[in-house]
Design a protein around this ligand. Structure first.
Ligand code: ATP
Ligand code: MG
Length: 555
C-alpha cells in the first residue's frame, strides 16, 4: 500500500485525497483545452497523456475542449489536425467534444450579471492608457475615471458593443476587482473586447469576444470539470479564475499547475513553430524534424513510444528540460520489438564476387525479427554483383576496422564469407568497384568451415535491389537549451538537420511496403516509408539511429 502511494505524482496525490474526502461526489473530470491556432506538439502530448491518463486511472471523464475565443488565428484545419493527433496517440474523448465558442451566449450572460452586480464596468479609454494605469508589481495601479460608471450605462454600452455600434479598440468591459492587488491579473482585467472578425464556428454572429481569463474557468465550470490541469505560467491567473467562479456562483472547478515539457534541441511553442513553417525553415508542420505530433508521426515515432516517454518524464512542479535521448530511447525500445529487419545500402558501392557463377541468383533465408519469432522469415536474392555501403570499405584500413579492405575477410549477412581481392578507382580517385571471392562452404546457417570473421556487412543484390531516397534527420537545433539563449532562436538552427541519400538501394521486399510501414535497416537504425512515398519514388525517413551517435560525435 505505502509503496504504491509513494510513486504517485503530486496531482495523483491531490486527486486521491479529493476522492477520499468525497469532494464533488468523488468525481474526477479533466479536460484537454487546445487553442486551434496551430498543430499540437510534443508538449501538448504530455498534457494529453496527463489529462486523459488521469481520467482513465480514476474512472473519470476527460473532455476535449477547443479553446476558441480568439477569432484571429483559429482555423478548422487546426481543429481537424488536433483531433487526428489525439486519436493517433490512442485517446478517446467519446462524444465529449466541446468548444468554448459554444458558450458565447452563456459567457455574455455572465458578463451582464457581473455588470448588474456592480462587478464589471465599461471603460472607453485606449488600451495604452489602461495599460499605463495598471501600475507595476511594486506600485499600485490607478483607477480608471470610468470605474464608477453607473450600472445602467455600462449595460447599455455593452449591448451596443455587441450590436456592433462601436469600433474596434474604442471600448472594453473590465472586471472591477482591485487596482492595488499585488497580483497584476486582478487589477481590473479586460474581459470583453471588440473584434470585428469572423469566427471559425460562430461566423459573424459576434463582434465582441471574451478574453482567455473570462472564458477558461467558466468553460471548465459549465462542463463540471473537477480538476483543471494547466501549465505553470497560468499560476498567476488562478486567483482570477477563482474570482470569476466565486462571484458568478457557478460550479467550483479548481485549477492546478504542472511544469511544461521542454525538450532539448527543440522548441515547443506553436508561435515559433508556425514561424519555422511560414519562413520555410522546414517543409510544413509535419516535416519529420518538427516536434509536432504530426511531424513526429511522419518521422516514425509510435504512439506507444510517446506515451511511454510521457510516463518516464513524469509530472513536476518546476520547469526543466527533458533529454531528447529519453524520447529516442523510448522509440528504440518499442521498435526493437515491432520492426522487421531488412537490408539496405544508403551510399552504395559495387562489390563483384568474381568466382560466383555468372547469371546465377540464389534466395537466402533471412530472419524478419530476432526479437519476435512470429514475424517469420523471408528470402532475399543474392548474385554475383551486389552493393555494399561505401564506408564499409577502406583502401588502407587501420587494424580496428573490422569491415572490408584489401585482403580482408567479412561475412555478408545471411550469405557467405568473402575476401577482398582488389578494387578499381574512377578518374576522380573514388572507389568505383570492389572485387572479392566467396567461399561456397561458408553459407550462413550451413557453414561447415568453422571460419570466424570479425565483421558482418549489409548488402543488396545489384539487379534485384530497388532505388530509394532515404532522408536522414538530425536535431533541428544545435543548442540544447533554447530557453536560455539571448539571441534569435533561428540563429541556432542546425544547418545539417537533413541529409538526403538519393542513391540508396534497398532489398526488394521494401518495394512492397506501404507508406507508414516501419522497419530496421540492419546496423543503421529504424526507418519508415514516408507518407508521400509512391511507386515513382520510394521515399524513406530515418526515425532514429540504433545508438546515440550524437553523444559520441559532439560530446
Ligand atoms: P503554445 O505556447 O505552444 O501555443 P499553448 O499553451 O498556448 O502552447 P494551448 O493550445 O493553449 O497551447 O495548450 C493546450 C494545453 O496544452 C494547455 O493546457 C497547455 O497548458 C498545455 N501545454 C501546452 N504546451 C505544453 C508543454 N510544453 N508541456 C505541457 N503542456 C503544455
Ligand atoms: Mg495558449
Amino acid at each position: 500500500m505505502s509503496t504504491e502511494k509513494e510513486s504517485l505524482n503530486f496531482i495523483e496525490q491531490m486527486i486521491e485525497k479529493d476522492i477520499a474526502e468525497g469532494k464533488n461526489e468523488s468525481r474526477v473530470h479533466t479536460r484537454f483545452p487546445p487553442e486551434p491556432n496551430g498543430y499540437l506538439h510534443i508538449g501538448h502530448a504530455k498534457s494529453i497523456c496527463l489529462n486523459f491518463g488521469i481520467a482513465e486511472k480514476y474512472k473519470g471523464l476527460c473532455n476535449l475542449r477547443f479553446d476558441d475565443t480568439n477569432p484571429e488565428k483559429e482555423e478548422t484545419e487546426y481543429v481537424d489536425s488536433i483531433k487526428e493527433d489525439i486519436k493517433w496517440l490512442g485517446f478517446d474523448w467519446g462524444d465529449r467534444e466541446y468548444y468554448a465558442s459554444d458558450y458565447f451566449d452563456q459567457l455574455y450572460d455572465f458578463a451582464v450579471k457581473l455588470i448588474k452586480d456592480g462587478k464589471a464596468y465599461i471603460d472607453d479609454q485606449s488600451a495604452e492608457v489602461i495599460s499605463e494605469q495598471r501600475g507595476t508589481p511594486s506600485q499600485p495601479g490607478k483607477a480608471s475615471p470610468h470605474r464608477e460608471r453607473p450600472v445602467e450605462e455600462s449595460l447599455s454600452i455593452f449591448e451596443d458593443m455587441k450590436a456592433g455600434k462601436y469600433d474596434e479598440g474604442t471600448v472594453v468591459l473590465r472586471a472591477k476587482i482591485d487596482m492595488s492587488s499585488p497580483i497584476m491579473q486582478m487589477r481590473d482585467p479586460v474581459i470583453y473586447r471588440i473584434k470585428k472578425m469572423a469566427h471559425h464556428r460562430t461566423g459573424d454572429k459576434w463582434c465582441i469576444y471574451p478574453t482567455y481569463d473570462f472564458a477558461h474557468g467558466q468553460s471548465d465550470s459549465i462542463e463540471g470539470i473537477t480538476h483543471s490541469l494547466c501549465t505553470l505560467e497560468f499560476a498567476a491567473h488562478r486567483p482570477l479564475y477563482n474570482w470569476f467562479i466565486g462571484n458568478l456562483g457557478i460550479f467550483p472547478s479548481e485549477q492546478t499547475e504542472f511544469a511544461r515539457l521542454n525538450l532539448g534541441y527543440t522548441i515547443v511553442s506553436k508561435r515559433k513553430l508556425r514561424e519555422l513553417v511560414e519562413e520555410g525553415h522546414v517543409d510544413g508542420w509535419d516535416d519529420p524534424r518538427m516536434p509536432t505530433i504530426s511531424g513526429i508521426r511522419r518521422r516514425g515515432y509510435t504512439p506507444e513510444s510517446i506515451r511511454s516517454f510521457a510516463d518516464k518524464i513524469g509530472v513536476a512542479k518546476r520547469n526543466g528540460i527533458s533529454d531528447v535521448a529519453l524520447l529516442e530511447f523510448s522509440v528504440r525500445e518499442d521498435l526493437n520489438k515491432k520492426a522487421n529487419r531488412v537490408l539496405g545500402v544508403l551510399d552504395p558501392v559495387k562489390l563483384i564476387i568474381t568466382n560466383y557463377p555468372d547469371g546465377q541468383t540464389e534466395l537466402l533465408d533471412a530472419i524478419n525479427n530476432p526479437e519476435d519469432e512470429s514475424a517469420g522469415k523471408r528470402q532475399i536474392p543474392f548474385s554475383k554483383e551486389i552493393y555494399i555501403e561505401r564506408d564499409d570499405f577502406m583502401e588502407e584500413p587501420p587494424n580496428k576496422f573490422f569491415r572490408l579492405g584489401p585482403d580482408r575477410e567479412v561475412r555478408l549477412k545471411y550469405a557467405y564469407i568473402v575476401k577482398c581481392t582488389g578494387f578499381k578507382k574512377n578518374h576522380a580517385g573514388a572507389i568505383e568497384e570492389i572485387y572479392a571471392e566467396y567461399d561456397p562452404a561458408t553459407k550462413s546457417g550451413q557453414d561447415t568451415t568453422g571460419k570466424k570473421v570479425k565483421g558482418t556487412l549489409g548488402w543488396v543484390d545489384a539487379q534485384a535491389g530497388i532505388p530509394a531516397e532515404v532522408r536522414l534527420y538530425d536535431r533541428l537545433f544545435k543548442t540544447e537549451n533554447l530557453n536560455n539563449i539571448e539571441d534569435d532562436y533561428r540563429n541556432h538552427l542546425n544547418p545539417d538537420s537533413l541529409t538526403i541519400m538519393d542513391q540508396a538501394i534497398v532489398e526488394p521486399s521494401v518495394g512492397n511496403m506501404t507508406p507508414g510501414t516501419q522497419f530496421q535497416f540492419e546496423r543503421m537504425g529504424y526507418f519508415i516509408i514516408d507518407k508521400k512515398s509512391d511507386s515513382s519514388k520510394l521515399t524513406i525517413n530515418r526515425t532514429v539511429t540504433l545508438r546515440d551517435n550524437w553523444a559520441k560525435q559532439n560530446g
